[in-house]
Design a protein around this ligand. Structure first.
Ligand code: SF4
Length: 424
């Protein structure tokens, strides 16, 4: 469990005013000095992450944030990071100063309600003074769990139990019954095992000695659902097909070789890409398919944001920085401005873009990816994903989206809308 990828861990964010003891509370719960603490305001300057196994919940990651009332010179940057941490939290712990409930706390609670993030209110430092009964009653009227805590009164075990109990009550359903990445696309099993073929590149850009997360998770998904899975390189794929007695039930490839896969795969066999699978697993495939329609009418001067959720050193012929821009130019003509961002730095000024093309987001939680999609939608900016965009640009989208009829329909509807707008 200690090795569970961060994106599959329950994200628990700690929020509150500066110096309410968020870091001390986290240190008390984890039993370690994860965050630096001091009596001075603004000691936590960045989001501090701590992964741990919190039984019986399983693998979690705590996000210790700077207070949103941070008015120090670097405060604005910290507050932005804290807001992003709120967007990626599955559950928020709002740490309170005894006796204080002001507009600040109400705003945080309202933000959680708006984002449908479950909240636990924690009255900290009760060793300094017992909380006033009337004030506690007010907190309880918000219909969210209210806990009390102290880092120095010797009741650590009790506070940990209280927190675990509250977390279990609020545990988001999608963590209890996680969706399959691809196995629901397979025919129901009779006597034979369904067969999935994964085409993975083993080239300069592939990490040495290992597979990347979407590939590993897809293999595990097949094993979890009693499907046989074969992994081949794109060069070996045609020869591998000739060795089989029966055709595969599903073929999945890296987006960069999608046109080759479509060419080599018999028309009766369903095929798609890892990135498209992740557009559904992490995000909203219909919305992302709809967004890809914008590729058909990009014009000179339009700006496109290419967003990746992890940062890596760009290699020669990098997919996000070189290949997608090149394919956009080939399809849409010159003069389209391309910006890129990586890691946690998802921009807030999205309105300047005509289209956002996001990677599969395998290192993000589903909640965080959905939040990114929502940020674009709130500003009416079409957003799509690498796999869908590349399939459109390579002319094979009808094939790679065919396992997802609703998404294919969403894509086609946008095309019709774009056509009639252009005619009109
Ligand atoms: S770029 Fe996106 S899809 Fe690719 S490994 Fe990073 S987070 Fe995962």
């Amino acid at each position: 469990m200690e090795k569970a990828p961060k994106s599959l861990r329950l994200h628990i964010g700690l929020f509150g005013r500066t110096n309410t003891g968020k870091s001390s509370y986290l240190n008390m719960i984890t039993g370690q000095s994860v965050s630096i603490t001091s009596p001075f305001c603004g000691t936590t300057t960045d989001v501090v992450e701590k992964t741990m196994e919190l039984l019986p919940l399983g693998p979690v990651v705590f996000l210790d944030t700077a207070g949103m009332d941070d008015t120090s010179p670097l405060g604005i940057t910290r507050v932005e990071k804290t807001k992003k941490a709120l967007a990626s939290s599955d559950i928020a712990l709002l740490i309170l100063e005894n006796g204080i409930w002001s507009e600040y706390e109400q705003t945080l609670l309202d933000a959680c309600t708006l984002q449908k993030t479950p909240v636990i209110l924690i009255v900290n430092k009760i060793d300094q003074a017992p909380p006033d009964g009337k004030w506690l009653e007010r907190l309880q009227s918000f219909s969210v769990p209210v806990l009390v805590a102290s880092c120095c009164d010797g009741n650590r075990e009790r506070y940990i139990m209280d927190l675990k109990k509250a977390l279990i009550e609020l545990y988001p359903e999608d963590y209890l019954s996680s969706d399959s990445i691809l196995c629901d696309l397979l025919p129901p099993t009779k006597d034979d095992l369904p067969l999935v073929v994964l085409i993975v590149p083993v080239d300069m850009q592939a990490p040495k000695g290992r597979l990347i997360l979407p590939q590993v998770q897809s293999i595990r998904d097949c094993l979890d659902h009693n499907a046989a899975v074969s992994v081949v390189t794109s060069e070996d794929y045609p020869r591998f097909l000739t060795m089989l007695n029966t055709l595969p039930d599903l073929v999945v490839c890296d987006s960069q070789v999608v046109d080759q896969m479509v060419k080599d795969t018999p028309p009766s066999v369903a095929c798609t890409t890892f990135s498209i699978l992740f557009s559904r697993f992490k995000g909203n495939i219909e919305v992302l398919a709809e967004g890809s329609g914008r590729l058909s009418n990009l014009r000179e001067g339009d700006a496109v944001l290419i967003a990746e959720a992890c940062s890596h050193h760009p290699m020669q012929d990098d997919i996000g920085r070189v290949k997608i821009p090149r394919w956009i130019e080939e399809n849409c003509g010159p003069g389209i401005l391309i910006d890129s961002c990586a890691g946690k730095d998802y921009p807030t000024d999205l309105e300047k873009y005509s289209l956002i093309i996001h990677c599969g987001g395998c290192t993000l939680t589903r909640r965080e990816m959905l939040w990114r999609i929502e940020q674009a939608r709130a500003k009416h900016i079409p957003i799509t994903n690498y796999g869908i965009a590349i399939s459109v640009l390579r002319g094979v989208v009808e094939r790679t989206l065919s396992p997802f009829p609703d998404a294919l329909l969403a894509y086609k509807k946008t095309l019709i809308a774009v056509d009639s707008k252009d005619l009109g």
